[in-house]
Design a protein around this ligand. Sequence first.
Ligand code: HEC
Ligand code: HEC
Length: 352
Amino acid sequence: MEPSEEPIVARLSGLVQVLLLITVALALVVTTVLIQLYWPNTAAPAVSVANEASQGPPPPGSYHRPATPAPDTATIPRTAAGWQIRYGRNLIAHTARYLGPQGSVAHLTNGMNCQNCHLDAGTKGFANNYLAVAATYPKLRARSGTMVTTQLRVNDCIERSLNGRALDDSSREMCAIVAYINWLGHDIPKGKKVYGTGFTKLAYLPRAADPIVGKAVFAAKCQSCHGPNGEGKPQADGREYQYPPLWGRHSYNDGAGLYRVTNLAKYVKAAMPFGTTFDHPQLTDEQAWDVAAFVNSQPRPHLNTPRDWPNISKKPVDHPFGPYTDSFSARQHKYGPYQPIEDAHPQLAKAN
Ligand code: HEC
Ligand code: HEC
C-alpha cells in the first residue's frame, strides 16, 4: 500500500458518507412533503347530523338551538380532490375575482359573490347555507317543473342572483363549486333535513309590507354600509364588493329568489345588519318586512322567465308576477297581506 493511498480512500469514503447522508435527508424531506400533500386526512368531520325530525321543532318564536355546524375546513383532504374543494370554496367566497366584470377566468357575472348572500361560504345558519344540498339534489322544483341538479341550481343563481351567464356543467369552475357544496353536506344522510338551512320562520303581518316605512328602516339600519342608493361599496382594488348592492343594475335581477319579499324579509331578519345571527335578530318582524318591501320596490335588472312555473297553481303566495289562479292583485301578491291569499290556497301553506 502506497503511503498516499490511504488518505484517498479515506477521503472517498468520507465523500460517500456525506452523499449518503444527503440522500437520506432528501428522501425524508420528499416523503414528508408527499405524505402532507396526498395522505387523505381521515379526521372525523365535525358534523353532528342534527335532523329536525329527531330534535323536534324549535320552540315557537325561539331559535336558541345552534344550527347544524359545517364540517371543519381543516378536514378537507390533502388530495387533488381536496384542492378542487378549496377552489370551489374560493369561487363561492370571491366569485367576482374569478367570474365578475374583472374576473381572472371569465366575465360572466355582475360583480357580486355567492357569499354575499350565502354567508360564510354557505355555512352560516339560516343565512342561505348549503348543508342540505348534497342530501336533497337532484330534486323536483315547482319553479321549473323539472328535476333540478345541483349544477342547474347553481346556474339558476348565476343567471338570476348574479344576473349573469351560465357556467358549462363540465367547466373546471362548476365542477369545483359542486365539489365544495357536496363536501359541505357529505355527512348528511340522503333526504334528511338539516337545522339551519332554508330561511328562518317569520310570521305574516296582518297588513301589507310597506315600502315607505321600509325606507326609514333602510336609512337607519342599512344605508351606512349599503349606501344611500343601495349601490353598495367596492373594495379598494375594485374587484369585489365590501358591501354588495341591494338594487340597481349591479344587483340581483327580478327573477332571483331574494326578489320575493318573504325570502328577503326572512334573510334580513336572520342575517342583517351584517354580523347578526338568527338566534339574536336585530330587527323586529315589522322592520324586516318593511325594509324588504322597500328594497324590492327599487329598480333592478329584469329577466324574462317564460318557462318558470309551468303549473301556476304552485306559485308561492308572494310571487310578484302573474298570471295567478286567484283574483288577488299582483301588488297584494308582492307585498301582502299574504294570509288571505294563503287561505285561498291551502296547499301552499307549508311553503311559508
Ligand atoms: C343575491 C343573493 C344570492 C346570490 C349572490 C347567490 N344566491 Fe344562491 N340562493 C339565493 C337564495 C335567496 C336562494 C334560495 C331561494 C329559493 O329557493 O328560492 C338560493 C339558493 C341556492 C342554492 C340551493 C340551496 C338549497 O338548499 O336548495 C344553491 C345551490 C345556490 N343558491 C348556489 C349559489 C351559488 C353557487 C352562487 C354563486 C355563483 C349563488 N348561489 C349566489 C340567493 C343568492
Ligand atoms: C355593517 C354593515 C352592514 C349593514 C349595516 C347592513 N349590511 Fe347587508 N350586507 C353587508 C355585507 C358585508 C354583506 C355581504 C356579506 C358577505 O359577503 O359576507 C351584506 C349582504 C346583504 C344582502 C345580500 C347581498 C345583496 O347585496 O343583495 C342583503 C339583501 C342585505 N345585506 C340587506 C341588508 C339590509 C336590508 C340591511 C338593513 C336592515 C343591511 N343589509 C344592513 C353589510 C351590512
